[in-house]
Design a protein around this ligand. Structure first.
Ligand SMILES: [Zn+2]
Length: 364
């Protein structure tokens, strides 16, 4: 827009707008181009625009065997994204290096300069637990925490800008929320594990200990077996891919898929149990948070009949006012949603100077 329009829209003085634009121009973040307004006389007006060729934000998802990256410009528009399967590794350093290499590849391909980046956010697996006194799984939690610190340190060292590291499924929630164009969303991912995230009024909910949205650990059977989380009868124990394979004595996903397509009764019953458990957990979320959109991702969600069953049961068991206009849909983009969602935190990392737990900042 023109300088005059910026003054009108912001309500700031002409001088203030001029100083702000001067600072942005000095950093190379905006450019001014001549614009011949139709019918205008005299010299052409100048249009101020954000330089879309500049990468300002980096979003990264570091899965166990899959990495994804996304780049956004100064207007938070995604300008490039890519993903790649990698050899499954528990070594987080190897995986973050692979992600940085992928970024370099797409930057070179598109002629983008990564030295203009101002904020980076990365999602890594495992609950991000900020509290103490957890009953079990302490070793696993310690490793997830250590991995996040290692990833943050590596990325700060590499890019020299503020970095945030969160749970990858939370970032996928943000990415899917953007895709759905909704402000209140429950995201459930059912794969090797069962995770999720909740967005309320457009913001990701973290909770007191950083674990809000762990839909896989909602109890659906108070008399069920003890879960690794310390609770009992969790969704994950019946709905995760390993749980389904064990319940149906299937060697792998391909076998289970074939049996479901062939209408195998045991496989059909096990899948219905999984869908019912997920639906029960989601019904609780609906009653409490009144979300408008449920997005279900992961390989279990794509199995024949799963989504239909889940949709049917959610509408049957949840309060009718929650389901009248409810949208239940498959995740649109399982491959790069986590990296796209991370861009939201990359922006806040770039703009915030106050230090959060995992927000590493360069000094000097
Ligand atoms: Zn659990």
């Amino acid at each position: 827009m023109t300088r005059q329009r910026l003054v009108t829209e912001t309500g700031l003085s002409r001088a203030t707008v001029s100083v702000a634009l001067g600072a942005l121009a000095a950093e190379g973040r905006i450019r001014e181009t001549a614009h011949d307004a139709s019918g205008a006389r005299g010299r052409p007006s100048m249009l101020v625009s954000i330089d879309a060729s500049r990468a300002e934000l980096i979003g990264i998802e570091i899965g166990r065997a899959h990495i994804a990256v996304a780049l956004a410009d100064g207007a938070d528009t995604v300008i490039a994204r890519a993903d790649r399967d990698i050899a499954a590794s528990t070594d987080v350093r190897t995986r973050v290096e692979a992600a940085v290499a992928l970024l370099a590849d797409i930057a070179a391909e598109r002629g983008l300069d990564l030295t203009t980046v101002r904020g980076v956010a990365a999602g890594t697996p495992g609950p991000k637990f900020t509290g103490e006194g957890h009953r079990s799984q302490d070793l696993a939690l310690a490793r997830f925490t250590r991995d996040r610190a290692d990833v943050a340190a590596y990325l700060v060292g590499h890019f020299g800008v503020p970095v945030r590291v969160e749970n990858n499924t939370r970032y996928t929630t943000l990415g899917e929320t953007a895709t759905a164009g909704a402000r209140n969303v429950a995201y459930l991912r059912i794969d090797e594990g069962v995770g999720g995230g909740v967005v309320v009024d457009g913001s990701l909910v973290s909770g007191s200990w950083g674990t809000a949205g762990e839909l896989g650990h909602v109890c659906v059977d108070p008399n069920g077996p003890r879960c690794a989380c310390g609770g009992r009868g969790c969704v994950e124990l019946v709905a995760s891919l390993p749980a389904l394979l064990a319940a149906t004595h299937s060697a792998d996903l391909a076998t289970l898929t074939d049996r479901l397509r062939a209408g195998d009764p045991d496989a059909t019953v096990a899948l219905a149990r999984a869908a019912d458990a997920a639906a029960q957990a989601l019904a609780g979320v609906l009653a409490v948070l009144d979300v408008s959109t449920v997005v279900v991702g992961g390989r279990v969600a794509q199995l024949t009949g799963f989504l239909d069953r889940l949709d049917h049961v959610v509408r049957d068991v949840a309060p009718s006012w929650c389901t009248a206009k409810l949208t239940v849909r498959l995740a649109d983009d399982d491959r790069t949603a986590g990296a796209r969602g991370a861009l939201v935190h990359a922006r806040s990392a770039a703009e915030t100077t106050a230090g959060a737990d995992d927000q590493a900042r360069t000094t000097g």
